[in-house]
Design a protein around this ligand. Sequence first.
Ligand code: GTP
Length: 326
Amino acid sequence: MLEPAASLTAEEYALFAQIGRQRRVEPGEKLFRRGDLGTTMFVIAQGSVDLDFGDDLVAKRLGAREFFGELGLLIGDHARSADATVSSPGMLVELRQEEFDQLVERDPRLLAHFLRRAIMRVVLNEQSLIGRLRRRNLDLQTALDTLRATNHRLTQTEELTRTDELTGLANRRGFHLHLQQRRRTDITQGRGLLLIDCDRFKGINDEYGHLVGDRVLQGVANILRSAAGPDDIACRLGGDEFCLMIKAETPDDIVRVAEFITTTAHALHELQPAPPQIATLSVGACLVTAEGEWDDWYALADAALYRAKRLGGNRVEWQDAALAPA
Ligand SMILES: Nc1nc2c(ncn2[C@@H]2O[C@H](COP(=O)(O)OP(=O)(O)OP(=O)(O)O)[C@@H](O)[C@H]2O)c(=O)[nH]1
């Protein structure tokens, strides 16, 4: 539908110009701002006026015989919906309540006709504004959905790069990121490190195939998950080597967790030795010391693990920091 003209008919203009107050205006002059309360309607006799509705709404330039601000007059103290700025030198006709009353008396038929048009214009303007806002809302909604989906994908990708695909445990990268993210005092206060390695795992692969080997690795991960508390982190460092960093106050507590791991694996292995669902495990354990770094703790636990292997596997060995090999 076409928007009703914002211009007055020649007959309307003649009457409005006769009754309204003339006002000379200069470019840049602000007639009103968005949000101002106003009761005056304007008709342009000469020159032009810009209406800026703000945001991304289309601005309008009005010329001779066009009117604006009529809602202020019709409703009274209406908050202006645009900034009105004079854009070229000219003359305006201002109509306030008293001039409006005079118009009603002078030519009610002509005024009724004008009012019907003005109201129709307001309704159509509002409808198109609502339409534009709806479309914008829809665009925003779509943009938001896309952002959410991208964010979700990024989080998933980030999660994948931290996780070992086969076992679902943290991988080496995930484990180190975890260490970086925890405050150093969190890591070094009352913690133990367990290095866990499958016994004769190569033999399982060779005898029963890689799929059985994979299931064994998943079984080890399950035991570590069940041994880990909420503050602990289990990780597959690579191949058949795992580690578990646990919150524990004393070496005895750390060794107790390590023995739970070897005993559980051994018991499950006894239940079904062939084809195996689990391998027996060797564990090297040490205290996480405040002085050291990951490489130092790893070297301690690895020395203990090496001993456990040399002693035939399926056991826990402890390494004190003081006894660490040079
Ligand atoms: N099925 C399977 N095997 C793997 C995977 N990653 C590494 N391996 C195999 O794991 C085996 C590890 O062998 P070794 O390091 O010699 O360990 P081991 O046979 O357990 O020997 P010990 O530790 O001395 O008892 C190698 O044969 C690797 O090919 C994997 O993701 N799946």
